[in-house]
Structure formats: structure tokens, C-alpha cells
Unconditional design. Structure first.
Length: 271
């Protein structure tokens, strides 16, 4: 039993150590290769996660194999915090991504997106001017709209209406259906005079660097992407959490073994 759980902690931590290598490599790759704002914004958290997992795994490995009790204590304490953090992030991700979905428009192949449908917390993040400027330049760099324009060149209006558009294409590259603008191309529309019920209609601009990038529909389209990404993160987190709890339990067992071997526990006990 003593050998078993100490070896198991060793093996599990070795697995975590191996896992941390591709995470770290991925983060470094992102920071070197990522030339656009969008690719860069994740590199630091990914590198931090990789380094953190690596340090924790090494502490667990040495603590269990070399029977270093204080190291194992520290390791279990950090693991406990990690379990709490991952659990909180998972619950938070589920709560935040609970609300919001694209709305079908009759006679259209695409959905339209309304900012008000998404959770207040997410709305605050995209309504922050500084955040939105970064995301906006990232959208422009990713050429999401110019690619759409190139793909749908010379497509007649009825075919355009039947197109399936992604949330970003629908929200950022074309005016809302409510505006009733006249179609020239996917990203070129003739504005109709008068007031519009939807404030996004006033914001629309045919200039390729403007389009609907400052519309609420564009922010909503982005949140739709964020929402599906977080759903995936939450599911991965649950698997990760189960793994962490198993490692933690086995680690607790190893700590008891260390104490026993060092003569703190039941003296004279031999398995
Ligand atoms: C939109 O179409 C009109 C009419 O064909 C054209 O004159 C104008 O240059 C186009 N605008 C953009 C931004 O492509």
C-alpha cells in the first residue's frame, strides 16, 4: 500500500509533467508566431499555466518519490487551491454562457445576433472601450469581412439571403435586416433615408475598415463565439477536475505514508 500510492503519485505527476510540456510549447509558439492581436492575447495565460503545472508536477514527483514531507504538504495545498480555482471557473463558465443565442430571421439562411440576449457580465466586457478597440483591430486583421466579400463576389441578393453566415460575418460584415438597406454586395449597401428602429443602422458604413465593426450586433456575434468556446472549456474543465481530485486523493495517501515512514504516525505499523 505504501509503495503503491507513493508510486501512483509519482506516475500521475509524471503524466502532468508530460502534459505541461506541450502546453508550454504551445504558449511559446503562440508568442513567437502570433503576429496578430487575436493570436497573441492568449499566450501569457497559456505559458503561465504550463509553467505552473510543470512546477507542481515536479514538486509532487520529488515529494512522493523522495519522501520529502514538507514538499508534499506544499504540493497538496497548491493542488487544493487549484481544485477550488478550476471548480469556480467551471461554474462561472456555465453561468455566463447560459444565456444568449442567434435569432433566426424568416427567409434568411443566417441568424442575427442581439447584444441584450447575452449575459450582463459578458456585455460589460465588450462594452468597455479599451477591450473593444483591441477586439476590433483583431477582427480587422483577421479579414473576416474581406474574406466574405471575396467569397460572395457577384452573388445576387436572393442567393445572399440564403447564405449561411457565421456569427461574426452576420454581426459585423452586413447591416441588420431591420435596416432594410438595398443590397449591392455583401459588404456594400445603399442606406435608406429616415430614422431606423435599430441604432446599428446609423452606424453602418460601407468603408471596408468600418462596416458594422462598432455595431451591437458585432459585439453579440463575438459573444456567440466566446460562448461556444467557454462551453468547450467548461467541459474540458470537468474532466480536468475529476483528474485533479484523483491525484489529490492519492497525494493525501502518500502524505500519510511519508509521515508513517518518518515515524510520526502509528509507530511500529508494518503493512
Ligand atoms: C459600393 O458600390 C458602389 C456601386 O457599385 C460603388 O460605387 C462603391 O465604390 C462601392 N463601395 C465600396 C466601399 O466598395
Amino acid at each position: 500500500m505504501v509503495r503503491c500510492s507513493n508510486n501512483l503519485v509519482g506516475i500521475l505527476n509524471f503524466v502532468v509533467f508530460l502534459l505541461s510540456i506541450p502546453i508550454l510549447a504551445g504558449g511559446i509558439w503562440l508568442s513567437q508566431k502570433g503576429s496578430t492581436e487575436c493570436e497573441r492575447f492568449l499566450d501569457k495565460p497559456v505559458i503561465a499555466l504550463g509553467v505552473f503545472l510543470m512546477v507542481v508536477a515536479i514538486a509532487g514527483l520529488i515529494g512522493s518519490c523522495c519522501r520529502v514531507t514538507w514538499l508534499l504538504w506544499t504540493y497538496l495545498f497548491v493542488m487544493f487551491l487549484l481544485i477550488l480555482v478550476v471548480f469556480s471557473i467551471t461554474v462561472f463558465a456555465f453561468v455566463v454562457t447560459n444565456k444568449g443565442a442567434g435569432e433566426t430571421v424568416s427567409g434568411r439562411g443566417y441568424k442575427e445576433y442581439r447584444l441584450g440576449d447575452y449575459s450582463n457580465w459578458l456585455q460589460k466586457r465588450v462594452n468597455d472601450g479599451g477591450n473593444w478597440n483591441k477586439i476590433r483591430s483583431c477582427l480587422a486583421e483577421s479579414k473576416v469581412c474581406s474574406k466574405l466579400e471575396a467569397k460572395l463576389i457577384d452573388v445576387p441578393v436572393n442567393n445572399f439571403y440564403n447564405e449561411h453566415l457565421t456569427a461574426l460575418q452576420s454581426g459585423c460584415c452586413k447591416p441588420s435586416d431591420q435596416c432594410q438597406f438595398t443590397y449591392i454586395s455583401a459588404t456594400n449597401w445603399t442606406k435608406t433615408a429616415g430614422t431606423h428602429p435599430n441604432p446599428d443602422c446609423q452606424i453602418w458604413d460601407n468603408a471596408p475598415e468600418k462596416l458594422c465593426f462598432d455595431c451591437e450586433s458585432c459585439k453579440a456575434g463575438l459573444l456567440d463565439n466566446v460562448k461556444s468556446a467557454w462551453k468547450k472549456v467548461a467541459i474540458v474543465n470537468i474532466v480536468f477536475l475529476v483528474f485533479l481530485i484523483i491525484v489529490y486523493s492519492v497525494g493525501c495517501c502518500a502524505l500519510r505514508n511519508n509521515k508513517r515512514d518518518n515515524g510520526y504516525g502509528h509507530t511500529g505499523y508494518k503493512p
